[in-house]
Design a protein around this ligand. Sequence first.
Ligand code: PLP
Length: 440
Amino acid sequence: MKEESSDDKEIIKEYTFKTWSKQKGWDPIIVTYAKGVYFYDKNGKKYLDFSSQFVNVNLGYGNEKVISSIKEQLDKLQYINPSFGADVRARASRSLLKVMPKGITKFFFSTSGTEANEAAIKITRLYKKPNYKILARYRSYHGSTESSISLTGDYRRWFVEPHTMPGVVRIPEPYCFRCPLKLKYPDCGIACANYVDYVIKQEKHVAGIIIEPITGTNGVIVPPKEYMPLIRKIAKENDILFIADEVMTGWGRVGEWFAVNLWNIEPDILTTAKGASASYVPIGITGFKKEIGEYFEENVFAHGHTFEAHPVSLAAIPAVIEEYERLNILSHVRIMGDYLGKRLMELKERHKSVGDVRGVGLFWAMELVKDNNNTPFGGYEDKYDGKITLVDTLAKKLMEKGVYVYNGPSWFIIAPPLVINKEEIDQGVNALDEILNEAD
Ligand code: PLP
């Protein structure tokens, strides 16, 4: 046993379990305080959060209005089980109806994006019974429980853990920088989307398709403009449900309330989390259409959690929506997003190690390449071996410079809190500029 006097880091390392990495060698920075777009370690060192943690701290840290709404709810009613109808549940639903894409009018509340997707898949399979197959893309992330990890196509995940849920059928993604079909946009005729129609017809028994409208953790893959409307059309024509996983892309991140708004499309089911509470409390939301809701008027959904529709989580929803509106966040994101994109493009011009810069709003990836061609730095697909990559090392150096950027094996995800200003963007971009010299 460690002594009571051991320092926090020793206790954390000894007794808590770090996921997604080998326990050995984990060297966490102990964070004690955060405000605005900055967080601070126990020695008082200040870090710019240039990725909103895991693209979730949308309103930055210490928003007093959100905090006081949560505190008020704690004082009034901290918990009631979900078979009751707390008033805060009505308030959260009313606010959601104002911002959700057209047609999404029924909500199931959980505590994470993973749970939101679990519910979405169960709902889809029950509603479309006896069809049960779900289409999901290779480069995707939908969560880490047994079925959501099975939906996840990211090679880095199943490199460690095999998929176990039957009925998942994979489709390629619109990753034009390295097209999986080896085609070139626009001559490709959006073959990756058209192929989905073929897959559905061959597979039969397909209940639905789950898609991150803009792929997140796998490197902010923005589809060509035709892709999403085409997928929506194919899903409709084949009578399967279209599930938009907006866990990362929702809540102003792309300069719209939800990414589906970029193409004016309406999903049958929308899952979200992260920005729904701006991460002041855990929340997951599975929103769906009226007709799906009506099916469950007569059929039981045997599902639920003790913390389902938790009053404190629900209290955050109207509060963050009010804050997004008060701060005019959609327009702010578009303006700051243009500026961030322009500055990142400058880095692409200047550094030969930057192969691609892509993004929308305040949601960007910078992908690094080796040898001035498009060889990935980190190794991916068949080459991924779980080892530390140069991009991991550069991310560590950025931390030493006081800038946190979330990274994949070959890319940085630059997605700061939506309240960021130009000077703060410059600080992050300038730090990236300095460390990229080491990659060139
Ligand atoms: N779906 C997407 C698109 C995500 O980006 C994530 C998390 O990053 C999840 C689902 C899982 O959400 P959570 O980590 O809240 O369980």
